[in-house]
Design a protein. Structure first.
Length: 175
């Protein structure tokens, strides 16, 4: 699956959106001090594909990243509302202007672990994507987010969950 992005290139503080070419296709990446945090290449998109295909109705995402999920979901006619939380204000400043034109999309600078949904709010789909690497250490945070959003979510998923669980099993087998 290819999700072309049109996020304007730029830099805010130590965060940067930059374009690059790979295998004849144009991609974008989000960097912090030169370190890649997010790209929209097929190998990364594959980790989101199940969620992106399923999600419709009222959707909540923890983690804006480079806006890949926003871009795809806003193209779906079944999307009614998209609420996105991003902890890093520089990322919000860089990426959110690309989605201001769509009234279904609301992006907030907030901590997913502390933010409280408005009274009576329910989401058909909630996606958690606040990690930049695969690690077994992410699992307690995933569990905390799943517990926090369980009362307001019909379905939840998290980026890298299966790979993080596999890493935890590998670590346990070595001990």
């Amino acid at each position: 699956m290819h999700i072309p992005l049109q996020i304007p290139e730029g830099m805010v503080g130590e965060y940067e959106v930059a374009s690059f070419q790979q295998d004849g296709r144009a991609y974008q990446r989000l960097l912090c001090r030169g370190q890649v945090l997010m790209v929209n290449t097929p190998d990364i998109v594959s980790g989101f594909e199940d969620f992106l295909q399923r999600a419709e109705g009222r959707v909540h995402i923890n983690g804006l990243g480079i806006g890949m999920c926003c871009q795809y979901l806003l193209s779906k006619p079944g999307l009614q509302q998209l609420t996105v939380l991003e902890y890093v204000p520089e990322i919000v400043a860089l990426v959110s202007p690309a989605f201001e034109h769509d009234p279904r999309c609301k992006i907030f600078q907030a901590d997913a672990f502390e933010w409280e949904p408005p009274e009576g709010e329910r989401y058909d789909f909630v996606w958690h994507d606040v990690w930049t690497t695969y690690s077994a250490r992410n699992l307690p945070q995933m569990a905390a987010l799943f517990a926090k959003y369980r009362p307001v979510a019909s379905w939840q998923g998290a980026w890298g969950q299966a790979r993080c669980e596999a890493l935890a099993l590998q670590q346990a087998a070595r001990t």
